[in-house]
Design a protein around this ligand. Sequence first.
Ligand SMILES: N#Cc1c(-c2ccc3ccn(Cc4ccncc4)c3c2)n[nH]c1N
Length: 249
Amino acid sequence: MRIDVITIFPEYLTPLELSLIGRARREGLVDLHVHDLRQWTHDRHRTVDDSPLGGGAGMVMKPEPWAAAFSGVRESGQAALGTDVEPLIIFPNPAGEPFAQSTAQEWSRCEWLVFACGRYEGIDERVYQHLADVGCEVALASLGDYVLNGGEVAVLAITEAVVRLVPGVVGNAESLIEESHAAGLLEYPVFTRPASWTDPAGVVREAPPILLSGDHGKIAAWRQEQSEARTRERRPDLLAPLDEDAAGS
Ligand SMILES: N#Cc1c(-c2ccc3ccn(Cc4ccncc4)c3c2)n[nH]c1N
């Protein structure tokens, strides 16, 4: 998988050099490139924003640098990939579709992702229109119903959620199956040694005895029951589709 990120804050993306994503890059499972949008400006001040037409607070990102950036990244990416494959261009955007595990699973199968990190009040709408008119596949994704100052934090989250699903990135692929949201349920509670722990308040806390039984069938059943109970309590909205399926079967 190739990933390109276009941003005015390249240093915001340095966490992608660390840990699991960093190892995947070093192992050649992911080829990730971060680009400073200002390299596609030509004025002395390297201007990427201007006042909103029609008035209003804040600034809007100008269309010219973005159009030049997409053209440049597309050209360099196709040269590196050796094909004329087109990327999926992803705009983190508060008005985008909710990013979910199903989105991560879908995007983890893409050959090439290009992330466009907006800032200020957003990117001139004509950029989206231009990309659509030249046949680019574009997605607008939102992390959730809260307001960030730009797209970089979302790209960090989305990149981690997507790349960890790329085959070979996570050592134990089985762990991906039981995770929260992977099967539409929240993950069951986890425990480790010591089986009996006296906490700092002097309370003795025992791990569920079933987990020490060695009966893997009963343990699996207990974990499924815990996942369903936890989901029903904390995220009943996730059960609605599952309950409808069960009712229809
Ligand atoms: N994904 C995602 C997001 C963002 C987000 C993403 C990109 C940009 C670019 C600019 N801004 C600032 C801004 C612009 C307009 N309205 C409000 C804030 C962004 C916010 N906020 N909240 C989310 N869940």
